[in-house]
Design a protein around this ligand. Structure first.
Ligand code: SAM
Length: 276
């Protein structure tokens, strides 16, 4: 996977040399190029921002600088006309342009999974009050797959942290990225009928007077699986009932249904419905 990141603080991404990501770069699984947006400026102050049109506090990132940079990274001529063709389907290997933005839809595991199949990702890190809203519009109109994502309901100073979060969620799904491929199969938010993962324990079986649930050391794999599944259902029902409400009832087994009914869900329709 080829990754271009544009930021006014490209050195922020030096940390990618660490840990599993660093190993993936060494093995050639991912190639990351962090660019300084200021390299595409032409003025002596290398300015990338200007005051908001219509007034208001702060500064907004200028479209001209971003466009010079993105035209080059995306391989789009500066005079490319807007795509008026009704069919805006992009080639499977075409770059995906991603802008972190707190006022965009939430980035989810589903997005990470989808983007892990892309060959080339280009991330644009916003700063100040954000970037001129015409930038994503312009590239969308030229057939680029442009995504804007929030990583949560809070405001950061810049897009660098958000890009790091998305990058890690996406790349750990690449075949060969994780030492143990099985560890990403049964995780929170993963799969069609996603739940929160069950609690995890390691040795010793008793620590500071606290014992792990006895069934986990019973050696009965069937009982362990059922215990974990029930715990995942209970935890998800308590903390993220929205995930339970999206489950496909047809995919639930008899024991799942029994657990959900005991937790106060009605499971006779297409999706569980909370009673009371
Ligand atoms: N004025 C913007 C607002 O109120 O929505 C906030 C801009 S923020 C200070 C500057 C940049 O940080 C944004 O353009 C975006 O790139 C990034 N950013 C901040 N919070 C984010 C979040 N929750 N998710 C994704 N990106 C975020």
């Amino acid at each position: 996977m080829d990754i271009d990141i544009v930021s006014v603080f490209p050195e922020y991404f030096d940390v990618l040399n660490l840990s599993l990501f660093g190993k993936a770069m060494e093995r050639g699984l991912v190639t990351v190029r962090a660019h300084n947006l200021r390299d595409w400026t032409h003025d002596v102050h290398q300015s990338v921002d200007d005051t908001p049109v219509g007034g208001g506090a702060g500064m907004v990132m200028k479209p001209e600088v971003w466009a010079e940079c993105l035209d080059e990274l995306l391989g789009i001529p500066a005079d490319a006309p807007a795509n008026t063709d009704a069919d805006t389907t992009t080639a499977p290997d075409a770059p995906v342009l991603i802008f972190p933005n707190p006022s965009a839809p939430l980035f989810t595991q589903q997005d990470a999974t989808e983007l892990s199949h892309a060959g080339h990702l280009v991330f644009g890190c916003g700063r100040y009050e954000g970037y001129d809203a015409r930038i994503p519009q312009y590239y969308r109109a030229r057939g680029v797959d442009v995504r804007e994502y929030s990583i949560g309901d809070y405001v950061l100073n810049g897009g660098e942290v958000a890009v790091s979060v998305m990058l890690e969620a996406i790349t750990r799904l690449l075949p060969g990225f994780m030492g143990n491929a099985a560890s990403i199969v049964e995780e929170s938010y993963t799969g069609a009928n996603a739940l929160l993962e069950h609690s995890q324990y390691t040795k010793p079986a008793t620590w500071r007077g606290m014992a792990v649930p006895p069934v986990l050391i019973s050696g009965d794999h069937g009982k362990v699986d059922r215990f974990r599944r029930d715990e995942a259902l209970e935890k998800t029902s308590r903390l993220r009932p929205d995930l339970i409400a999206h489950l496909d009832c047809a995919a639930l087994d008899k024991a799942d249904r029994k657990t959900l009914i005991a937790l106060g869900w009605e499971v006779s329709g297409a999706h569980p419905r909370k009673l009371g």
